[in-house]
Design a protein around this ligand. Structure first.
Ligand SMILES: Cc1cc2nc3c(=O)[nH]c(=O)nc-3n(C[C@H](O)[C@H](O)[C@H](O)COP(=O)(O)O)c2cc1C
Length: 246
């Protein structure tokens, strides 16, 4: 039963109608049944529906269309606050303000978010991940009132689709899967693996519009430049420390 998964695509334009609470709760129930480190469920989800709250949060997501159009915004946060508080209330000594704990919480959070997406898409909803979450975590934390040991990781725009975009390309399976050991890539294999993507009309257009020589340069110089990635890394590092993950 993978047919539905093969047809999925991100949705960035949504109908105005809200998602009923009963459906939302059904989807959360499915999401929270995902595997989780030691069954600790190291995540919290903040639902943003209120128009004013949504506007407050919008600059942190650079007001991107996928955000602005959605009736519901979900911020999935890595959360060691709840578990730490429980330990402290039970005379148990928690030691979770560290990198390993944060990674466990990030994994739990991401897995739960993705299960939510699969369940939501099965129910006819559309979703879009917003990577701006880890670009502006401090700004998001302020609006959402996140305490120490809580870090926003994944934001999802959720709603009923008001567009029907095509399914997007993927690299060939044999370019991704390695049997028994990792087979490092020769220049010829790199050419083969990326040729399909490079040949797509939309990507050729993208290269031209950005005045670049090739698609890779669109990524390195425009979409995910070293300068931007280092800038946002510094912000993220500082914020993680402020949240008392050392
Ligand atoms: C971690 C993550 C962050 C993303 N951030 C954004 C984003 O900020 N804005 C956006 O429009 N799409 C975002 N996307 C969606 C991707 O652009 C999209 O999944 C990818 O282009 C493949 O297209 P598809 O989902 O339609 O197959 C993000 C996806 C992931 C997994």
């Amino acid at each position: 039963m993978t047919e539905d998964l093969l047809k999925r695509r991100s949705i960035r334009k949504f109908k105005e109608n809200d998602v009923p609470d009963t459906l939302l709760n059904e989807l959360f129930t499915a999401a929270f049944q995902s595997s989780t480190t030691g069954n600790m469920q190291l995540y919290s989800v903040i639902v943003t529906r209120d128009k004013r709250k949504k506007e407050e949060l919008a600059p942190a997501h650079f007001n991107q269309p996928a955000y602005a159009n959605a009736p519901i915004i979900l911020t999935f946060c890595a959360d060691f606050n709840r578990f730490t508080r429980w330990c402290e209330q039970r005379n148990a000594t928690p030691g979770y303000g560290n990198a390993e704990s944060l990674i466990c919480a990030i994994l739990d959070t991401t897995i739960a978010a993705q299960t939510f997406c699969v369940a939501a898409e099965r129910k006819g909803l559309g979703i879009c991940y917003l990577g701006t979450t880890t670009y502006n975590p401090k700004e998001i934390a302020k609006v959402l009132n996140l305490p120490k040991l809580v870090v926003p990781i994944v934001t999802l725009s959720v709603g009923y689709p008001d567009e029907n975009p095509p399914v997007s390309d993927r690299l060939p399976i044999d370019g991704i899967v390695h049997y028994e050991t990792y087979k490092d890539y020769t220049p010829e294999r790199i050419d083969e693996i990326f040729q399909g993507k490079e040949a797509l009309q939309e990507n050729k257009k993208f290269v031209k519009e950005n005045g670049k020589e090739n698609l890779a340069q669109v990524f390195t110089d425009v979409r995910y430049s070293k300068k931007d990635m280092e800038f946002f890394s510094q912000k993220l590092r500082d914020f993680i420390r402020e949240q008392e993950f050392r």
